[in-house]
Design a protein around this ligand. Sequence first.
Ligand SMILES: NC(=O)c1ccc[n+]([C@@H]2O[C@H](COP(=O)([O-])OP(=O)(O)OC[C@H]3O[C@@H](n4cnc5c(N)ncnc54)[C@H](O)[C@@H]3O)[C@@H](O)[C@H]2O)c1
Length: 360
Amino acid sequence: MGVFHSTGGQDPAGHEQVVFCQDRHTGLKAIIGIYSTALGPALGGTRFYPYPSEEAALSDVLDLSRGMAYKNALAGLDLGGGKGVIWGDPELGKSEALLRAYGRFVQSLGGRYYTACDVGTYVADMDVIARETRFVTGRSVEHGGAGDSSVLTAWGVFQGMRAAAEHVWGSPTLAGRRVGVAGLGKVGKHLAAHLLDDGASVVATDVNESALRWARETYPQVDLVADTAALIAADIDVYAPCALGGALDDDTVAVLRAKVVTGGANNQLAHPGIDKMLADRGILYTPDYVVNAGGVIQVADEIEGFNFERAKLRATRIFDTTREILRLADAEGVPPAAAADRLAERRMAEVGRLRTIHLS
Ligand SMILES: NC(=O)c1ccc[n+]([C@@H]2O[C@H](COP(=O)([O-])OP(=O)(O)OC[C@H]3O[C@@H](n4cnc5c(N)ncnc54)[C@H](O)[C@@H]3O)[C@@H](O)[C@H]2O)c1
């Protein structure tokens, strides 16, 4: 196991701590990245993924842990940002012993890092990891966990969309608007329900036949189109990417007819220049990591002993945060993604600085 700490700014990504973990018997190879604990213990899920190389795993954990610091800061949590990656095939390599070995490494950090689910890890895995560490959240309901996080993720996305609607059309409602939802998975389904309740009309697409069947049976008033290309070319007011990352690329932005983009998917911008392209076309983009923070708000709440109403109230505040970001973007003449980053950095600096006030 190798460990290095950041050395006063020489680490270009600015991480506080990166821990390499290995257990030869179970085949565990993991890296835990802690970007910042300025606001509290670092929280972020563990991704179990067959990376092509150790460099690829390291690069991913550095990016993801930094992203979590920004997300948690803007979600108003007293938590910093971290992430774990397990380098391996979750289908073939996962075992009780491997997960428990990982749990012991998490425990060894003494609470500087809390783990949770991510791609390739599930609630049941967190229950196994929890047999070795207290610093795990996103557990099953039987073990005091909060269950499916997509409920509050979708609620938060809806709040962000309401703030965008207010900014563009003057009123915080989607009533009378046409919203295109790409991906009717866990998040997309709940989001479609909120939109219909609010009086919006919904047009949607999915590659999965069972998701489409669900829509036909549950919400026959939802219009279904063949694919995402048809959705973005449709006459929609809002585009809600709720499938995979990279939904907003050069080709999509060039033809998009919506005036607002707000969705649950992670990493929607295919490259950093896209937010400026969107702004130049007069399309308002609410940063993905701001509006999809309902899930992390839920798992963070679980650390205190889960209370759905309290967590929902926190997710509802995504409306205020989005509104503040959009105002800051206008005031400073920058795209909303840049404004969000500035606000997150400000909170990490201002609140993080309070640690310098000595308490005996
Ligand atoms: N679930 C959460 O709490 C949560 C929290 C934060 C962010 N997110 C992000 O939100 C997104 C959706 O998450 P989810 O939990 O709903 O996942 P999910 O797997 O339940 O749903 C994704 C849906 O997208 C569909 N899809 C995939 N490719 C598509 C394509 N090309 N065109 C149309 N549909 C396509 C899938 O068939 C599936 O129905 C992901 O990017 C995820 O990382 C989820």
